[in-house]
Design a protein around this ligand. Structure first.
Ligand code: ADP
Ligand code: ZN
Ligand code: ZN
Length: 738
């Protein structure tokens, strides 16, 4: 059958495909589905993806344009991946062209084709000199422990790339030093699919599983080659990582690939090195720290099957893994799996979809499962596994509430907390003090007339950053110099209000001046490599007091931290966001998990004005699983997710009446099984000069919700207000503040 037309997905914000004619000079037999073509679009040329072909077309030929060329480089989307991406676009009601674009490395989105170099990897150099110097280096182990660690990493591997070495926390200087000592060499490698051999698995590293762990490993292994979703609900330190590692063996032994999704890679080098140590196989890391070339290499390694394991952040779910056999989502409750702009997908959810389409198992792991996953596990949709005990000898830290209303406070620290910090410092241990507010102070004001420095574009106060000597709006990032005088009354008595991590660091260093304090937040770790450096200093015990934001709640292992203090949890108890309590509890338990992981028991102190609050009480006395079940019954009564399904329309414009009228016009329609809530002004009503409104559509079933959204989007295309606002739709929204 003669193919005359092709339908192409183009990266434009339109929910449609575009039809083109195939010109004489292009052989239609070469136009494969999923391949890239160069096509004219308005006045430019763009890369599009072939979605389908046809012999006839409803549009007259003279109205159609012809494709310009076929990009014939074999890097096309395999049918299974294309199908998956189309399902994702449908589910999130997002333009397919945009979704495909996201799944393609930047260098393959350009018309100008990249030259693809062979991957360069580092190898151990086996010469006599190397033998001698490795003796020398063993001796030097005390002086250059990182070099020794890097050398053994490279030795354990059949080639490891600089991108991986860097992500695992090593520096170029350490690498150069080893090269200079002629211990390692760089090689260009031809791509060959990985093959599992006896020597692949480092047997000596394997731990003997506890009964609870063994049951899970065998359940996952048994579901090899079929779809099943396993939720591993295990307290921090219960050995989830060991379960992942052993559950992967069967998949890898069959020469199938494993995809591991993690919330943030830079924060979990310890977990990564465990994967590295266990399997002598090419592991590729996919995260935002890679440059375009490295990203393309990772993409190709996934597609060609040279990479056995891909560990990555949320967008790694789109990797073109050719022989995918198992997906693992670690810390599945983590909010960073949800993309919060443009294509608002939830990587965990679509990972389940991908596993289902491929008929492979998927493992979700967390110490604090999301209510969505927990409900699916409790209802029997997922296989539910619990790890109730910590592996090894460490015990679970106990959470204690401090009623701040009853106490003398000093710089945000209660007397009880101060005493507790003094005690552990005397014992030579470390304390982690947690305050989820970066900067010096959340506002500055005039002591005479009470004027507050507000960002005019957001109607919110500027945060004072003393270190940078600036006022910064945390909502639109605009910056301003700190005024010397009050612009309203001329007084010079301008003072910071409230406390952020920067100020806390200053106060704590004064209070405990015999000890060293370090602050770890987004501001203090902006420089490349700074986070790894600070974390190393903490494990080297250079600092006794650690101050941090929620960045510190993730994944780290601080064996000598025996006290965790949380200065303020009250915001979450009385939030407009129905998920606030869930997120607060997850954060509390995760932070608590950082304490006393080794033989030293840990203690968690939480400061609150509401120690009697039922949710806090339940969490503290009965633990997360009990709290979660209690909170789930509340959600059920209120018919909130996961007992209903939501979509959120957001609209913004320069005038408040525009988004309001636009969203109100949508509520004139009615849909079976669906209800509207709103329109209402967003919690952040004004941001960067724009007024923002929300409309929630809620339904009892996903099917009804999707039908409604589909029709609403159709109505919008004919709505006169749509040109006056910027609107988006967010399926299963997570963040209702915007
Ligand atoms: P999680 O991922 O649940 O936080 P990990 O897998 O990191 O837990 O395990 C926590 C600690 O317990 C690690 O130091 C690990 O080596 C140890 N561990 C895990 N499983 C076992 C086991 N079966 N026997 C002994 N130690 C174990
Ligand atoms: Zn004033
Ligand atoms: Zn602002």
């Amino acid at each position: 059958m003669q193919v005359n037309y092709i339908q192409v997905a183009i990266p434009v914000p339109m929910r449609q495909l575009f039809t083109y004619i195939i010109p004489q000079n292009i052989n239609s037999a070469e136009l494969h589905i999923g391949a890239r073509v160069v096509v004219p679009f308005s006045h430019r040329q763009v890369i599009g993806i072939i979605i389908s072909t046809s012999t006839t077309c409803d549009i007259e030929d003279k109205k159609l344009k012809a494709i310009i060329s076929l990009v014939n480089d074999n890097f096309r989307f395999p049918p299974t991946l294309l199908n998956f991406l189309q399902r994702c676009a449908n589910y999130y009601h997002h333009p397919i062209g945009d979704v495909l674009q996201l799944a393609l490395p930047v260098l393959l989105r350009q018309i100008e084709q990249p030259t693809i170099d062979l991957a360069t990897t580092w190898h151990e150099l086996k010469t006599e000199i190397a033998d001698e110097s490795s003796v020398a280096i063993e001796k030097a182990a005390k002086k250059a422990p990182k070099q020794v660690a890097l050398l053994s990493l490279i030795q354990a591997h059949n080639g490891i790339t600089w991108a991986e070495i860097r992500t695992l926390g090593f520096t170029k200087a350490q690498l150069n030093a080893l090269e200079k000592k002629q211990l390692i060499e760089e090689k260009k490698q031809n791509p060959i699919p990985f093959v599992y051999q006896d020597s692949t698995l480092a047997e000596e590293e394997k731990l003997t599983l506890t009964v609870e762990q063994a049951v899970i490993v065998s359940a996952v292994k048994q579901s090899f080659g079929e779809f099943s979703c396993h939720l591993v609900d295990g307290v921090t330190g219960s050995g989830k990582t060991e379960v992942y590692l052993q559950a992967m063996e069967r998949t890898l032994a069959a020469n199938k690939q494993v995809l591991v999704l993690v919330p943030e890679i830079g924060l979990t080098p310890q977990m990564l090195s465990r994967f590295e140590q266990r399997f002598n196989l090419p592991i590729c890391l996919h995260h935002s720290g890679l440059n375009d070339k490295e990203r393309l290499q990772t993409w190709l390694a996934a597609q060609r099957g040279t990479a056995a394991i891909i560990i990555g952040t949320r967008s790694a779910i789109f990797s073109p893994l050719h022989h995918l056999g198992l997906i693992i989502v670690d810390e599945e409750h983590d909010g960073s799996f949800k993309q919060q702009d443009s294509f608002r997908y939830q990587a965990r959810d679509i990972a389940i979809l991908r596993a289902r389409l491929l008929n492979i198992p998927i493992v979700l792991g967390s110490a604090t499962p999301s209510f969505e996953s927990l409900q699916n596990a409790l209802s029997g949709k997922y296989r539910y596994h619990q790890l109730t005990k910590r592996a090894g000898q460490s015990t679970q830290s106990k959470i204690t509430l401090i009623d701040v209303a009853q106490q003398q406070m000093e710089h945000g620290l209660s007397g009880t907390l101060k005493k507790a910090i003094e005690n552990i410092l005397k014992r030579g241990e470390q304390a982690l003090i947690f305050l989820n507010r970066r900067g010096y102070a959340p506002a500055i004001n005039c002591q005479e007339c009470h004027w507050i420095a507000d960002c005019q574009r957001c109607n919110k106060s500027y945060t004072l950053h003393q270190g940078q000597k600036l006022l910064i709006c945390h909502h639109c990032s605009s910056q301003k110099r700190i005024p010397y005088q009050c612009p309203s009354c001329g007084s010079v008595r301008i003072k910071p209000m409230g406390q952020g991590t920067e100020q806390l660091e200053e106060r704590i260093s004064e209070l405990f001046s015999d000890y060293s304090t370090v602050r770890i937040d987004r501001d203090s770790t902006r420089k490349k490599g700074e986070l790894a450096k600070l974390l190393q200093e903490v494990s080297d015990k250079k600092h006794q007091l650690l101050i941090g934001t929620q960045m510190l709640a993730k994944g780290h292992h601080f064996p000598d931290v025996t006290l965790v203090a949380i200065l303020d949890v009250d915001g979450a108890l009385f939030s407009f966001d129905f998920r606030a309590a869930e997120h607060m509890a997850q954060l509390l338990v995760q932070v608590a998990g950082r304490a006393g992981r080794e033989s030293k028991p840990g203690k968690v102190l939480v400061q609150t004005n509401f120690p009697e609050h039922p949710l806090l009480q339940d969490l503290v006395n009965n633990g997360y699983p009990h709290f979660a079940k209690y909170a789930l019954t509340e959600r059920k009564q209120a018919l909130l997710p996961p007992f209903s399904y939501q979509a959120l329309f957001r609209a913004e414009a320069n005038y408040p009446s525009y988004p309001e009228k636009f969203l109100r016009s949508l509520t004139e329609f009615s849909f079976q099984g669906c209800q509207f809530a709103g329109p209402v002004p967003a919690a952040m009503e004004k941001k960067a000069g724009k007024y923002r409104y929300h409309l929630i559509v809620q339904a009892k079933s996903r099917k009804e919700l999707h039908l409604a959204i589909y029709q609403l989007i159709h109505h919008i295309s004919q709505n006169e207000w749509q040109k006056k606002v910027r609107w988006t739709v967010d399926i299963d929204p997570l963040d209702l503040s915007w």
